[in-house]
Design a protein around this ligand. Structure first.
Ligand code: IPE
Ligand code: IPE
Ligand code: MG
Length: 241
């Protein structure tokens, strides 16, 4: 079986990685940013076409203010530092989430990065920031409601496809493989709609330790899966009921 086209990752475990070394959580986040950089390169090398990374959830605002500041500063600095290399490597950068709560400076950097890389085609790198799966479904529901008011839809013509058209990941397709590092077996309000038929891979490895070999392990595991989408296994598809 071939490589997953779209891989979505919850990059979890930065804080615990730092704790284990007697370092401040900020050091874990910096190590996590390095890990993200190497995973982008390795995903590209392994034939992945879309890589969606969860960098900051809509619930992460509830962390101490100092940590939120560290995360958003690091996010902004990482865009600044990496954008040239990403562009040179043909990466198209997109952000999903409710960016309205970010500083004007960060919003403008995000827009510039998207505009600059929009014609690239080697890899779609989607960063989810201030993202929540419920927020995404609510904003899609609102768009459908507005379309009804505008007479472009009726309640009867709101189908799964009509809804999906307004979801943040629509133009990227659904993730084939979902990876969560850091040992927790939960979705934490990531892509609630889009993960309906993704293969779910959980590893205890903390995000800063997730290297090329860890990614290879996840891709090998994916290659062993038989995706049925509710149908019968391919070997028995012609069998009688
Ligand atoms: C993931 O690492 C980064 C973000 C959630 C932004 P954590 O900060 O959640 O690290 P742990 O889970 O506390 O180890
Ligand atoms: C999920 O990790 C969010 C990101 C990695 C950006 P969390 O650390 O916030 O998730 P919980 O709190 O353990 O569910
Ligand atoms: Mg965590």
């Amino acid at each position: 079986m071939s490589a997953p086209r779209h891989v979505a990752v919850i990059m979890d475990g930065n804080g615990r990685w730092a704790n284990a070394r007697g370092l401040p959580r900020a050091a874990g986040h910096r190590a996590g940013a390095k890990s993200a950089r190497s995973i982008v390169e390795n995903a590209q090398r392994n034939g992945v076409k879309v890589l969606t990374l969860f960098a900051f959830s809509s619930e992460n605002w509830q962390r101490p203010r100092a940590e939120v500041r560290v995360l958003l500063d690091l996010f902004r600095r990482t865009i600044g530092r990496e954008i040239d290399a990403l562009h040179d490597n043909g990466v198209r950068l997109s952000f999903i989430g409710d960016r309205s709560r970010f500083s004007k400076a960060l919003q403008s950097d995000m827009r510039d990065a998207e505009a600059r890389t929009q014609n690239n085609a080697t890899l779609d790198l989607v960063i989810a920031v201030d993202y929540g799966g419920r927020w995404d479904m609510v904003q899609a529901a609102r768009a459908c409601a507005q379309a009804c008011l505008d007479d472009d839809l009726t309640p009867e013509t709101i189908t799964a496809e009509a809804m999906a058209q307004h979801l943040s990941l629509h133009r990227f397709g659904e993730p084939d493989l979902f990876i969560r590092t850091g040992g927790e077996r939960r979705i934490s309000n990531f892509l609630l709609w889009d993960l309906a038929y993704s293969e779910l891979y959980f590893t205890d490895r903390l995000w800063p330790d997730f290297d090329a070999e860890s990614l290879r392990d996840a891709l090998d595991w994916f290659a062993q899966r038989e995706r049925r989408f509710g149908r019968l296994p391919s070997a028995t598809r012609t069998s009688r009921a």
